[in-house]
Design a protein around this ligand. Structure first.
Ligand code: ADP
Ligand code: ASP
Ligand code: MG
Length: 412
């Protein structure tokens, strides 16, 4: 029978009633003749609570134990979903990551899926099981430890299963009815897109639009998974939601497809480092080893052989970054006068494949921000996106004014 993957995010399994609602939707697909793989998230808020407990006990925690704790929310919803389906007389069984097994790297808290052997689940399907409920977000490392795939990782579990089982489609059920031109919670005029190109979705996700985890979009693109985002709260219809697809499958297209933001950024500056060959490697090597995800980098003009080096990273990694830099200074690998952290910044980006062939998007973006009196602290660009770092208090205003200026509420 054709396999369908259905993923339910945290708000879609937040209570027993919602689990029943989701199970009904699964039941309809079973009745339509599908074998279904259901991927569940933890109940909404649960993973945050677990992360909070870990941080409270051990701020610079052992990542293996972090994964042991934070993966547990999905175990509960997987079991509950299987029981709910059984109560509906649908043959269902739950699977934790290690039971499948979902084989991952050992990069705890940010593991990558390497392989998903299909034999165990396929054997059960051939014996009459109709639904495999799999705990999202988790896997097992070569060292036999539980791993997690990074926040939002159940999306990636879902797409990886769709690829491994050659599923007809991967449906991501969430609390919005599709992918919008920007987060509809920030801009009420945001428009739902019927289709979005893989590349644009990839950029939007990696620039903060958390509706899909970045890695899930990468996998869908690589393995040609038919990926759809839709609401678990609205009545279902065939054309519901947003289809993430190839650029060629999209008819009309704005130059800018969407606006994304990352709220909790920090800007760090090393003041007065020696401007010599190898300095960037000496700074960013230790940062990477300390697990700091450096994003934007600016090296300022050098004067008398010394320069300031600025970079951005997630605000929760500032302490790690400072420690890594102080250690590198103590060991004599780098020398700097001071390290300054600005923890009140956010990143706002505009994305669109139309930018490849249209000039002037950057100029317009900068003008819009200037008209609103918003100071730009750092800029980075690529072929299809422009990102700026600004004061966090202006983030909503920036998103809304860019959405207006590029007329994203309208189809071009
Ligand atoms: P789930 O728990 O189902 O995985 P998430 O909270 O991870 O859901 O992702 C859905 C949320 O993503 C929405 O509630 C919305 O606030 C946010 N979001 C951010 N950018 C966008 C966008 N461009 N389109 C739709 N949703 C977006
Ligand atoms: N529960 C995990 C998280 O909140 C994974 C997910 O929901 O995708 O990040
Ligand atoms: Mg999510």
């Amino acid at each position: 029978m054709p396999v369908l993957v259905m993923k339910f995010g945290g708000t879609s399994v937040a209570s027993l009633d919602r689990i029943r609602r989701a199970a009904k939707r699964v039941g309809r697909e079973v009745a339509n003749g599908h074998d279904v793989i259901v991927i569940v998230s933890a109940m909404s808020g649960k993973t945050n609570e677990l992360v909070g407990w870990v941080n409270e006990i051990s701020p610079l925690f052992d990542a293996r134990e972090y994964d042991a704790v934070v993966s547990s929310g999905e175990n509960v919803t997987a079991g509950l979903m299987a029981l709910t389906l059984q109560e509906m007389d649908i043959p269902a069984r739950s699977w934790q990551g290690w039971q499948v097994p979902v084989l991952t790297t050992s990069a705890h808290s940010a593991a990558r899926i390497m392989d998903i052997p299909t034999d165990n689940i396929n054997t059960k399907f051939s014996e009459g099981m109709r639904v495999a409920v799999v705990a999202g977000f988790q896997g097992i490392s070569p060292e036999n430890r539980i791993t997690t795939l990074g926040r939002g990782g159940s999306d990636t579990t879902a797409v990886a299963f769709a690829a491994a089982f050659d599923a007809e489609r991967c449906d991501i059920y969430t609390d919005v009815d599709g992918v919008y031109t920007t987060d509809p919670r920030i801009e009420s005029k945001a428009r739902k897109l019927d289709r979005i190109a893989f590349e644009e979705m990839l950029e939007l996700a990696s620039l903060g639009a958390k509706v899909l985890q970045t890695r899930s979009v990468e996998l869908a693109m690589r393995y040609k998974v038919k990926l759809r985002v839709l609401s678990s709260f609205e009545e279902y219809d065939e054309n519901a939601g947003t289809l993430v697809c190839d650029e060629e499958e999209i008819m009309e297209q704005n130059v800018v497809a969407g606006v994304a933001y990352q709220r909790d950024e920090a800007k760090m500056t090393l003041i007065s480092v020696a401007d010599r060959p190898g300095i960037a490697a000496a700074i960013f090597g230790p940062l990477s080893e300390a697990g700091v995800n450096v994003d934007m980098i600016v090296q300022n003009i050098s004067e008398e052989g010394r320069t300031d080096m600025t970079f951005s990273c997630p605000v929760e990694q500032v302490a790690r970054a400072e420690r890594a830099m102080q250690e590198a200074k103590t060991s004599g690998d780098i020398n700097f006068h001071d390290i300054v952290a600005d923890t009140d910044v956010a990143k706002v980006s505009v994305v669109g494949i139309g930018m490849r062939s249209h000039a002037g998007v950057a100029a317009k973006m900068f003008q819009v921000l200037s008209d609103e009196g918003i100071n730009i602290k750092v800029i980075t660009t690529s072929e299809i996106k422009i990102s700026v770092l600004i004061d966090r208090k202006y983030m909503e205003l920036a998103v809304q004014s860019l959405h207006d200026a590029f007329e994203l509420e309208k189809v071009a």
